[in-house]
Structures are given as structure tokens and as C-alpha cells.
Write a protein that binds this ligand. Structure first.
Ligand code: NAD
Ligand code: MG
Length: 385
């Protein structure tokens, strides 16, 4: 039996993971499940799976969680430290699917514990990629990418030497505003931004797909996971989201991974790796899809791509600052406080105002993250004054 923990169990990726886990109760036992504030869903999932411990991110909800788990024998815990403690329990396999830099500490704790960490939480890697890769090397943890593109690249690499890689081609759907002009984008609402054409995902990543900051974050993610050099990682827009990414080797042979746009496919790959398991996902029907289209990304209409590539090139704390400013701006957009085009503008403004030295510890990363959030708040105050 594989003992699994799911961080961010109530989210889109967390629920997809649970959907696979619950199909084979003989194969998987649940150690920890976590959520930020949805006590009822967390308690129901913990009861259903017989989890050992359920952790709610917000301290103030401890009493409510304890009450919801009464009589179940499931341990209740709350707060940031409890998330870290649960991650350090050393499950065989941990899904890191908290959204945002909030997932950094628990993800680090899981890496230090040395098991297998399935990484969906790209913001943690963007903010602290060097430190996370070091932690995995030191503990012997296995880091498996769940982001569909990175999972595809991992599969296309199939253990090959990175020295043989000529290019990594990161595919992008282009998001819901792929064909929109800047003038049209300026008027787009949160509801329009989260309506992704191919994938059903959490609100934050859906907005990131609309700005294409998601692809920018994924570029940084790829640079840490597959260090072939930034100039060898290209972005290609592919609206159907059938090819999830490609690897071109130096002999000019190119491998692609294809599949229906269903996160349960990369999650299942990471869950069973190095084996394979059956999933309930739709088989790919290429005759029905008929054609696959490709186009170059438009850096003018999607400035987030330019900002992220520059941040990746700069390295140090710059990706953490980019990420933090983006998290604040996306939350403000979802709240109706700023317009769609303000998101990348705020990120650019914060990057110009604030730089931090190369982080040596997670606390350094979190300090840069906090300062970038404060700066983003000031930029927004000016903007909305
Ligand atoms: P979501 O918003 O649906 O779920 C987020 C989960 O994190 C929830 O369980 C929530 O309770 C928890 N959470 C949020 N803030 C928290 C906090 N401060 N402390 C503790 N827990 C907190 O998000 P999602 O779409 O499932 O995405 C999760 C992560 O996976 C993101 O990093 C995203 O970029 C990445 N990802 C998602 C998809 C997808 O298809 N949804 C695909 C690739 C990568
Ligand atoms: Mg992705």
C-alpha cells in the first residue's frame, strides 16, 4: 500500500487526485489531507478516505474542524505550522497542490522528508526553485512534475541525458483571450478570464492562463526542473491542448506527449510512476479533433511572457518577486478592484521598484515575497486612487 498525503485536497488538482486514489482503496492509504478554509469539505473527504490527519490552514477554524471530525478518530490540526508538520510525517507520496507561495513551506517539508513529491504547486518552485531542488537532492526525495506540460516533458525525456536535448517546446493553449486585442482585453471581466477553453481549473491559474503568466511561470518551472539553459526552452501556442509539450533532441528527433486535457492523466502518471495505472479519462480521438494548430506566442499582447522570461534570466529573488506581485494582482482582479491589463502592469512596476539579493534560505524567499506583496499593494493604491 502506498501512503499518500494531499495538500490542497479541496482544490481542482486535489479533488482530481482523490478521484484516482478512491478508485483503488487497496493500493492507497491516506495520511494527511489539507485545505485552507473549507472545513466541511475537508472533514467529509477525511472521513470518506479514512485519513490519519486533516489540517485546515486557518488557525481560527481549528474548533470547527475538530467538531466536524468528532467521533471519527481522525486527528484535527490547524495553521501554517500544522501544515508543515503534516508534510514532515513522511508519506510515501505527497501531492503538493496548494495554490500560490502559501504552499512553499509544506512542499519544502515534504521534500526534506525524502519521499516522492508530486508537484502541481508551481508558484513554490518559481519562488524557491534552487532551494527546493537542493533539498530534494540532499534528502533523496523524488520530485515528479504534475503540471501537464512538465509531466509531458518528463515523459518525453524518459531518462535521457539533458546534454542530448536541443530544445524543450512548452506548449500553451493561449488561454481564453488568445485572439483578443489589447483594447478588447482591457474590458474583460473575471468571469470571462476564468472561462478557459480547454481546462477546468482553480480561479488563480485560470486568470494566469488568460494573461499567459501561467506560461511564464511554467517557463521558470521548466528551467529549474530541466536545466537545459533558458534559451533552449521555447513557448509554442497550440490552441487544442492535445500536445502537452515536446522535447527535441540533438539528432532533430522530436518527441511529444499527447492526451485529453484532463489533469487526472498527469496526476495518474505521477501517482503510479514508474508504473502505469488505468484512468477513467477520455481516450484521445484524433480523427474527431481533426487538426492540430500552432502559432508563435505574441509578446506584445501578452507582456507577462516577456516579464517572466526576463525574471528567469535574472534568477535570484526576481522570480519570487514576479510571482508575489502576480498573486496580489490576480487576487485584486478577481475581486473586481483592478482591470485585466493592470495585472501585468503591476507586476512590471513591482519588478522595476524592488530587487532583493539572491535568497540563501526559505526565509529569505518569504521576505522577498512579503516585500513584493507590500509593493504591489502600493502600486495598486496609486492605480485605484
Ligand atoms: P484551487 O484554487 O482549485 O485549489 C487550491 C487548494 O489550495 C485548495 O485546497 C485550497 O484550500 C488550498 N489553499 C489555498 N490557499 C491556501 C493557503 N493559504 N494555505 C493552505 N492551503 C491553501 O487551485 P488548483 O487549480 O487546484 O491549483 C493548485 C496548484 O496546482 C496551483 O499552483 C496551480 O498553478 C497548479 N496547477 C493546477 C492545474 C489545474 O488544472 N487546476 C494544472 C496545473 C497546475
Ligand atoms: Mg500547465
Amino acid at each position: 500500500m502506498k501512503h499518500v498525503s494531499i495538500f490542497g485536497a479541496t482544490g481542482s488538482v486535489g479533488l482530481s487526485t482523490l478521484d484516482l486514489v478512491r478508485r483503488d482503496p487497496e493500493a492507497y492509504g491516506v495520511v494527511a489531507l489539507t485545505a485552507n478554509s473549507d472545513v466541511d469539505s475537508l472533514a467529509a473527504l477525511a472521513r470518506e478516505t479514512g485519513a490519519q490527519v486533516a489540517v485546515i490552514g486557518q488557525d481560527r477554524l481549528y474548533g470547527a474542524l475538530k467538531a466536524a471530525l468528532a467521533g471519527s478518530g481522525i486527528e484535527a490540526a490547524a495553521g501554517e505550522d500544522a501544515l508543515v508538520e503534516a508534510a514532515a510525517r513522511g508519506a510515501d507520496w505527497t501531492m503538493a497542490s496548494i495554490v500560490g507561495c502559501a504552499g512553499l513551506k509544506p512542499t519544502m517539508a515534504a521534500l526534506k522528508a525524502g519521499g516522492t513529491v508530486a508537484l502541481a504547486n508551481k508558484e513554490s518552485l518559481v519562488s524557491a526553485g534552487g532551494l527546493m531542488m537542493d533539498a530534494a537532492r540532499q534528502s533523496g526525495a523524488t520530485l515528479l512534475p504534475v503540471d501537464s506540460e512538465h509531466n509531458a516533458i518528463f515523459q518525453c525525456l524518459a531518462g535521457s541525458s539533458l546534454d542530448d536535448v536541443a530544445r524543450i517546446i512548452l506548449t500553451a493553449s493561449g488561454g481564453p483571450f488568445r485572439t483578443k486585442s489589447r483594447v478588447e482585453m482591457a474590458a474583460m471581466t473575471p468571469a470571462q478570464a476564468v472561462a478557459h477553453p480547454n481546462w477546468s481549473m482553480g480561479a488563480k491559474i485560470s486568470v494566469d492562463s488568460a494573461t499567459m503568466m501561467n506560461k511564464g511561470l511554467e517557463l521558470i518551472e521548466a528551467a529549474y526542473l530541466f536545466p537545459v539553459g533558458l534559451d533552449r526552452i521555447e513557448i509554442l501556442v497550440h490552441p487544442q491542448s492535445v500536445i502537452h509539450s515536446m522535447v527535441e533532441y540533438r539528432d532533430r528527433s522530436t518527441l511529444a506527449q499527447l492526451g485529453s486535457p484532463d489533469m487526472r492523466i498527469p496526476i495518474a502518471h505521477a501517482l503510479a510512476w514508474p508504473q502505469r495505472i488505468a484512468t477513467p479519462c477520455q481516450p484521445l480521438d484524433l480523427a474527431r479533433i481533426g487538426r492540430l494548430d500552432f502559432e508563435a506566442p505574441d509578446m506584445e499582447r501578452f507582456p507577462a511572457l516577456r516579464l517572466a522570461r526576463a525574471a528567469a534570466g535574472e534568477g535570484g529573488a526576481t522570480p519570487a518577486i514576479l510571482n508575489a506581485a502576480n498573486e496580489v494582482a490576480v487576487a485584486a482582479f478577481l475581486d473586481g478592484r483592478i482591470g485585466f491589463l493592470d495585472i501585468a502592469m503591476i507586476v512590471e512596476d513591482v519588478l522595476q521598484r524592488y530587487g532583493a539579493p539572491r535568497p540563501g534560505t526559505i526565509d529569505d524567499v518569504l521576505a522577498a515575497d512579503a516585500e513584493a506583496r507590500a509593493q504591489a499593494g502600493q502600486v495598486m493604491e496609486r492605480l485605484t486612487a
